[in-house]
Design a protein around this ligand. Structure first.
Ligand code: THU
Length: 140
């Protein structure tokens, strides 16, 4: 059994993820929107990765917190995401935007769960019928 398979069904400490997301949010660079965001995720091998939003004077170049999170995932050993939590400046749960759902989809573990405003949801629930790497393989 590979590591990802072994980690399947691994229990998630949502409070730890919430704290990591809040800590990440405190590093946000959001002078334009004034909307700080922090995201944190548990990897299948037990690491916590996180990120904050980083805005730009050229507004459209803004990087969402999830962009930093997936960069952090790769900088710290890669792997897959088991659980995800995103917060705003008040520490309130935030839904990842559509583009970020796609970013997260790429690195989802089969049993990935997300904390949402509606409670815990699967990746398929927040991004049904997603386009992914599997579609590129089908056309080759
Ligand atoms: N933002 C994120 O960081 N992640 C999301 O999923 C939603 C939006 C940021 C981008 C921008 O800096 C601010 O929130 C307002 O849109």
């Amino acid at each position: 059994m590979d590591k990802a398979a072994a980690a399947q069904g691994q229990s998630v400490d949502w409070e730890v993820l919430e704290s990591a997301a809040v800590a990440a949010m405190k590093n946000a660079y959001a002078p334009y929107s004034k909307f700080a965001v922090g995201a944190a995720a548990l990897t299948t091998d037990g690491r916590i990765v996180s990120g904050c939003n980083v805005e730009n004077a050229s507004y459209g170049l803004t990087l969402c917190a999830e962009c930093a999170l997936v960069g952090n995932l790769h900088m710290t050993g890669g792997g897959l995401l088991r659980a995800f939590y995103c917060v705003d400046a008040d520490g309130t749960v935030l839904m990842p935007c559509g583009r970020c759902r796609q970013l997260l989809y790429e690195f989802r573990a089969p049993d990935m769960e997300l904390m949402t405003t509606q409670g815990i949801r699967t990746m398929d629930q927040v991004l049904p019928d997603a386009f992914g790497p599997q579609h590129l393989e089908e056309t080759r």
